[in-house]
Design a binder for this molecule. Structure first.
Ligand code: ZN
Ligand code: ZN
Length: 263
């Protein structure tokens, strides 16, 4: 089922969802919710944002078109097929876990490679124009980087015939994770980076610090490879504490935080 069909078939639900998101967003802005959660409070630059609009359009026009062409060619030649017979939830869970960890590994190592010259200059430098990311930074990558990262899904589905329900989970994961880690805001709580159950999952602060400090935090979905390879930024845990402490302060006194200029 295409995205167009999915939206059309669930139109009433989509309207409510949009209304809910827009309403929640307006309410949150009113509450100073976002201001307290900004990772780099003075990091936003209009000039960078303008450039990102330009590069995002180029990337969508070239990178997304080539990726779409490769995927449709692989599908029409039978190299990519999906399982659409009845299945149990654990098959979908297992396939999704394989995708999640597979992409995380693929992303980490290609990302490390892209930080080496001449790959950096040719492929990855464009994405690092923003040292304080915003949601547009997600798309502001060179078409070549887009093809490298986006190439994982066609590769994964060519190697493994996954169930179509798994595919319905993979696409939103990709979009949501990309937007969240580049949002410039930390929505996760303080305990996230301390608990053994959650500290392995990436936060927006983790990737924001990759853009800010450059040499550390290469992971895409998890912090696992960064821990294994010793590439977690040394002061990351301490800074995460400080950023999430602002959120607690805003909950205690929303007016004071909304009116303050943080540094
Ligand atoms: Zn990078
Ligand atoms: Zn990034």
């Amino acid at each position: 089922m295409s995205l167009g069909h999915l939206i059309r078939d669930n139109a009433p639900l989509s309207y409510w969802l949009v209304l809910f998101v827009v309403g929640g967003f307006a309410f949150a802005v009113y509450q100073g919710f976002f201001r307290a959660r900004k990772i780099q409070p003075k990091g936003f630059r209009w000039k960078t944002f303008r450039n990102e609009i330009f590069f995002a359009i180029i990337n969508l026009a070239i990178g997304a078109t080539i990726l779409g062409y490769i995927s449709s060619e692989l599908k029409s030649h039978g190299a990519i097929t999906f399982n659409n017979s009845p299945t149990s939830w654990w098959v979908v869970a297992l396939e999704y876990t394989a995708y999640f960890l597979g992409f995380d590994t693929y992303f980490y190592w290609f990302h490390r490679l892209m930080h080496l010259e001449p790959m950096y200059k040719w492929v990855h430098k464009l994405h690092h124009r923003s040292t304080s990311p915003n949601i547009l930074t997600t798309l502001s990558v060179s078409p070549l980087e887009s093809i490298i990262n986006g190439g994982f899904v066609p590769l994964f589905t060519a190697l493994l015939t996954v169930h179509q329900s798994t595919m319905l989970l993979i696409a939103p994961t990709n979009v949501i994770m990309g937007l969240y880690v580049h949002s410039g805001y930390e929505f996760f709580p303080r305990w996230w980076n301390k608990s053994w159950a959650t500290k392995w999952f990436i936060t927006a602060t983790f990737h924001d610090h990759h853009h800010h400090y450059f040499k550390f935090n290469f992971g895409g979905y998890t912090t696992l490879w960064d821990w294994i390879c010793g590439t977690v930024r040394p002061n990351f845990a301490q800074d995460y504490e400080q950023i999430t402490a602002r959120t607690r302060a805003s909950a205690a006194s929303p007016v004071a935080i909304a009116g303050s200029t943080q540094s």
